[in-house]
Design a protein around this ligand. Structure first.
Ligand code: ADP
Ligand code: MG
Length: 332
């Protein structure tokens, strides 16, 4: 690229995960157009009409990889630094149906990043137990839909207001925060939040593809002997689907909604690429999403963006768009 190269920020990692062909895609004999070279962190997309496209990332995972591997290789060091008192953020990005929720929450045998994080935190707490240390783990769970921030741990998903400004940080004064005593309690909380998010909705899949879910874990570690408290915050984010809305057939409301979603995702991409390039100006203010995540993006925080893609030929355009977005977030 023609951009001047400065040292890339090691706190920002971008990885790609390609899911397997679904049964439906197999039955309909769709061709696979994605090839992943895990050892090179590279993803190639076969272009039937021209040159293949090749992108490289911090890591790339093919359809045979499981979430455990992604956790151990990429996420575990980030959670370890949260336990040391730093902040962190893990995003799942991609078109609807490519495996964001599968990656973050998990599915059947493939336990997701969020519950793995909970078990990791509690294993650490048990391993470091001593009369000198006390840990306090608390959770919040919010959803962003258009201009609304909703508290998934409150009755009827109460609407929340973001306060503060860029200089001193944004915060959400009325957000529910629940102290948890075990990993299983945290999983129950996540599920309760998901049920609350779905209740009264006729099409939860559609809703979740248009809204961002942000699970926040705060870990405080107090040392009696030194009177010191360390606080680490971790945001675990299942983003809205990145697909472009087709202009034909969509209502004006739908198009406005799609424009909003795209605006939030592009502002997130701008923030991550500014951080990756150590740019002096990071445009946190441009969306509610980046406002509420500001303190776990940048500074000493670690960020991982997992870009999810599907392998089938009919997704070619969206796949290339996702790979470009992820590549722009951090060009290797
Ligand atoms: P998204 O949240 O991005 O819309 P989902 O996580 O709901 O996508 O995944 C869509 C479907 O594909 C689900 O049935 C899910 O179980 C399946 N799937 C996604 N990723 C994988 C994977 N890596 N391995 C197996 N199945 C997957
Ligand atoms: Mg989903």
């Amino acid at each position: 690229s023609a951009r001047p190269r400065t040292a890339l920020n090691e706190c920002v990692k971008v990885v790609v995960r390609c899911r397997p062909l679904s049964d439906r895609e197999k039955n309909e004999s769709y061709e696979e157009v994605v090839k992943v070279w895990p050892e090179r962190g590279a993803v190639q997309v076969y272009n039937p009409k021209g040159q293949d496209k090749l992108f490289t990332y911090d890591a790339a995972y093919d359809c045979s990889s499981d979430t455990k591997t992604i956790y151990d290789e990429m996420v575990r060091p980030l959670v370890a630094s949260v336990l040391d008192g730093f902040n962190g953020c893990v995003f799942a990005y991609g078109q609807t149906g490519t495996g964001k929720t599968h990656t973050m929450e998990g599915n059947g045998d493939d336990e997701g990043i969020i519950p793995r994080t909970f078990r990791h935190i509690w294993a650490h707490i048990e391993n470091t137990a001593s009369p000198d240390v006390t840990h306090l783990v608390s959770c919040s769970y919010v959803e962003l839909y258009l201009e609304d921030v909703r508290d998934l741990l409150s009755k009827e998903c109460k609407k929340l207001t973001i306060r503060g400004q860029e200089l001193n940080g944004f915060y959400i004064p009325e957000m529910t925060s629940i102290v948890c005593k075990s990993a299983s309690e945290m999983v129950r909380l996540m599920r309760a939040g998901n049920r609350n998010r779905a209740s009264g909705r006729t099409d939860m899949n559609e809703h979740s593809s248009r809204s961002h879910a942000v699970f926040l874990v705060t870990v405080e570690t107090a040392h009696r002997s030194t009177n010191r408290i360390r606080v680490g915050k971790l945001n675990l984010v299942d983003l809205a689907g990145s697909e472009r809305q087709r202009k034909t057939g969509a209502s004006a409301d739908r198009l406005r909604e799609a424009a909003r979603i795209n605006q939030a995702l592009s502002s997130l991409g701008n923030v991550i690429s500014a951080l990756a390039e150590n740019s002096p100006h990071v445009p946190y203010r441009d969306s509610k999403l980046t406002r509420i995540l500001q303190d776990s993006l940048g500074g000493n925080s670690k960020t991982i963006m997992i870009a999810n893609i599907g392998p089938a030929s009919y997704n070619y355009d969206e796949t290339v768009t996702t790979l470009r977005y992820a590549h722009r977030a951090k060009a290797i």
